[in-house]
Design a protein around this ligand. Structure first.
Ligand SMILES: [Fe+2]
Length: 594
């Protein structure tokens, strides 16, 4: 989005009507998010920019394309204010094909999972892909990588020095997802990133669930501008009274809209212009079944927000919060012509979408063929770790026979793991998994060829009676995670991922039951959303057939390496006590015996 003097000259002339518009949208109702009005108005577009709204007859020339949009409502392209598109397992191209027809034309993202697996080289490749897609990505440089405490292994470490370089890039619009703990702990790299951003006048994006009182004040003094994670509407109100822009998250995993919107519908309607929306993590199935940002707008309207206010939340409010409102967020002269057309403000069904002044989607489908780019070896790289054997997943102890008292990480929700003490049998120096008692083995293997780390621990809640499942998509590090009742099946599962360049797999009795290939960085695919959704449901069915009754067995597993959420996690450096922020020994005691 670099600007040249010549391009400016052309645009100014087009704005003055000296050179004719390329396109005119005629007969529609303009949803003016700046003035909070809806009225009949035509829109003149010159190449990729809006140049006039209202009566635009004088902007027409002999070559101007006139598009009749009678009866439709024209609103700015919808903005997802905080998203890890990688979580959908869709590449940027596949993601764009799924969400642009839903009206989402911009996302704010750290692309942090691409960075964790392929560094800045892979990131540059993704930037090129973004430029060829109709979806805009306003990139924030991750405050640091890895996010974990203690530090785990990723392909690339984001440091203060890296920030000094990348914050000068034209693609960089701020610092991504600065978590409160890193500020509170005065982490050197984090503070370096924030100081650099303040000196470069870039906004700092936050992530501070449950930050209140003095902790919130300290966090705000670091210069954080906005937050996307509040657990109730009172937390939203407190953060907003203290100056933050607030994004309400409605993801596939956590549903906060209904509760958090009460800050506006019940407490103070004047807060509305500083509230916006994000989806953070969404699955392909959810996009296909519910939509994307269009669905969030519909939900807000259902929760009692005026349609035009909900549209502001999904457009201009995000644009202002992220300081990108000179480019997107409104249909006004000088802005990029990202325009969504809906049939009615209440029903809010997207009929057509323009990005950069071109019609790209109609009737919920892309109106042209968009192909994924060829991938370099940086992104299609094989998993760089050695083939495993069953012994890698056998927990060896010094006693030959007897029992072991073990701390098992017991899953209580997609992100929550609690302590569960169990007694397991020891046979031939190996602690045995216990499927009758719901105790499985879990391991994380470093896969970037950096150190060959491998951890091993115990988990509960998945209830597999046999077999194993593994994934190379596992935020935030995206090392390989494998879980199972049987060391031999665990080894087969991991080896299958290594041989196939990454993905998700379910194994039982030595056989591959289901496999979803994720060849781009081992985390995403160029397949269409429909195909990813179909294969994901086959994986879930296979895990269910082995005894697991969790709503999404693989997702519950691949969140295990996130150390930011209490009480327990596992990374390549070992099982982690997320409160003490240290690794721990899962063997509590050994009892020799028969
Ligand atoms: Fe996030």
């Amino acid at each position: 989005m670099q600007v040249s003097k010549d391009a400016l000259k052309q645009l100014i002339r087009a704005g003055r009507g000296v050179i004719p518009a390329s396109k005119v949208l005629e007969g529609g109702y303009l949803v003016n998010v700046m003035s909070n009005e809806v009225y009949l108005a035509d829109v003149a577009i010159y190449e990729e920019r809006i140049v006039a709204i209202g009566k635009v007859e004088e902007y027409k020339g002999p070559e101007t394309e006139v598009i009749d949009v009678t009866g439709l409502y024209l609103l700015p392209g919808l903005i997802d204010g905080h998203l890890h598109s990688e979580c959908s397992k869709l590449s940027i191209t596949s993601f764009a094909k799924a969400v642009v027809p839903c009206g989402t034309t911009s996302i704010v993202s750290g692309l942090d999972e691409y960075i964790s697996v392929s560094g800045l080289e892979g990131l540059q490749e993704v930037f090129k892909e973004v430029k060829k897609s109709p979806l805009k990505v306003f990139w924030g440089a991750p405050y640091k990588t890895p996010y974990t405490f203690p530090k785990s292994t990723v392909a690339f470490n984001f440091t203060e020095e890296v920030h000094q370089e990348v914050q000068q890039w034209p693609e960089c619009f701020g610092v991504w997802e600065t978590v409160r703990e890193a500020v509170q702990e005065e982490d050197e790299d984090t503070l370096g990133a924030l100081a650099t951003a303040q000196n470069n006048r870039l906004p700092i994006f936050g992530c501070a669930p449950m930050a209140r009182g003095k902790e919130l004040n300290g966090y705000l003094c670091a210069g954080v501008r906005l937050d996307h994670e509040s657990y109730d509407h009172e937390e939203v109100v407190e953060k907003m009274r203290n100056g933050m822009h607030m994004l309400i998250r409605e993801s596939s995993v956590t549903h906060f809209l209904e509760e958090n919107i009460r800050a506006v519908t019940e407490v103070n309607p004047y807060l509305a212009r500083r509230v916006s929306f994000c989806t953070d993590d969404v699955t392909a199935t959810d996009i296909l079944e519910k939509g994307h940002m269009d669905n969030v707008v519909r939900q807000a309207i259902k929760a009692g927000v005026e349609p035009i206010t909900a549209i502001q939340m999904a457009t201009i409010n995000s644009a202002e919060a992220y300081r990108i409102d000179h480019l997107v967020g409104s249909i006004t002269p000088g802005k990029i012509a990202d325009i969504v057309m809906v049939d009615s403000l209440e029903g809010f069904q997207v009929q057509a979408v323009l990005t950069d002044g071109k019609l790209v989607a109609r009737d919920k489908k892309m109106s042209y063929e968009l192909k994924a780019p060829a991938r370099s070896s940086v992104l299609s790289c094989a998993l760089k770790c050695a083939t495993t054997t069953p012994e890698d997943f056998q927990y060896r102890v010094e006693i030959e026979q007897g029992t072991a008292e073990v701390l098992s990480m017991n899953v209580k929700g997609p992100f929550v793991r609690k302590r569960r003490d169990v007694t397991l049998q020891v046979a031939n120096h190996i602690v045995q998994a216990d499927t009758e008692n719901d105790v499985l083995m879990v391991s994380v293997l470093e896969r970037f060829g950096r150190n060959g780390n491998k951890s091993l621990a115990f988990c509960s809640g998945w209830k597999l009676k046999k077999g194993a499942m593994a994934s190379s998509a596992a935020p935030d590090d995206n090392n390989i995670i494998v879980m199972g009742a049987d060391a031999s099946d665990m080894s087969i599962a991991v080896n299958h991922l290594i041989e196939n360049g990454g993905g998700q797999v379910i194994v039982a009795d030595g056989e591959i039951l289901e496999f979803l290939a994720l060849p781009v960085g081992g985390i995403v695919s160029d397949l269409e959303a429909e195909e990813i959704a179909r294969q994901e449901s086959l994986l879930t069915k296979a895990a269910n057939s082995l005894g697991c009754d969790l709503p999404d067995p693989l997702m519950y597993m691949f969140f295990l390496p996130i150390t930011a959420i209490p009480d327990y996690a596992i990374t390549d450096v070992g099982p982690v006590d997320c409160i003490a922020l240290t690794t721990f020994d899962p063997i509590l005691a050994l009892n020799p015996g028969k």
